[in-house]
Design a protein around this ligand. Structure first.
Ligand code: ZN
Length: 157
């Protein structure tokens, strides 16, 4: 078994859709990035790559590559799962946090799990997504950014 950790943060700006865990969330702002800036999926991808001893998300999916511009991060996750398969690994479980002051994410956590568990080839019971605020302090607490953390456990097939 191998363990991996991932962290990501994106700025919240106007005129962008807010996509978290592959789910579009109604809000006045969205995350800025080269892809759809899905901070949760990026943290999950980095944890999986880390667990495999692969390089990071920026190496595999560079933001200088035009083919990744505005790409759905769910597609990047699918590509990552292909790398896992090629390396002979499968996921045991994933535990993640989204740190977000606004909007309230609780109503969307179920949808995120529905979307991500099949992509990760795991049961929803093996996928944990927790949402917390930053108690109104620092850039995240002031609503200027959203961050995500992830830990995963993988094993040889
Ligand atoms: Zn990112």
């Amino acid at each position: 078994m191998r363990i991996g950790t991932g962290y990501d943060l994106h700025k919240l700006v106007e005129d962008r859709a807010l996509i978290l865990g592959g789910v579009k969330i109604p809000y006045e702002k969205g995350l800025l990035g080269h892809s759809d800036a899905d901070v949760l999926i990026h943290a999950i991808i980095d944890s999986l790559l880390g667990a495999m001893g692969e390089k990071d998300i920026g190496t595999h999916f560079p933001d200088t590559d035009e083919s990744f511009k505005n790409i759905s991060s769910a597609l990047l996750l699918q590509k990552t799962m292909q790398i896992m398969q090629n390396n002979g690994y499968k996921i045991v479980n994933v535990d993640s946090n989204i740190i977000c002051q606004k909007p309230k994410l609780m109503p969307y956590i179920g949808k995120m799990k529905e979307k991500l568990a099949p992509l990760l080839n795991i049961d929803e019971s093996a996928l944990s997504i927790k949402a917390k605020t930053n108690e109104g302090v620092d850039a995240i607490g002031l609503g200027e950014a959203i961050a995500a953390q992830c830990v995963c456990l993988i094993e040889k097939v």
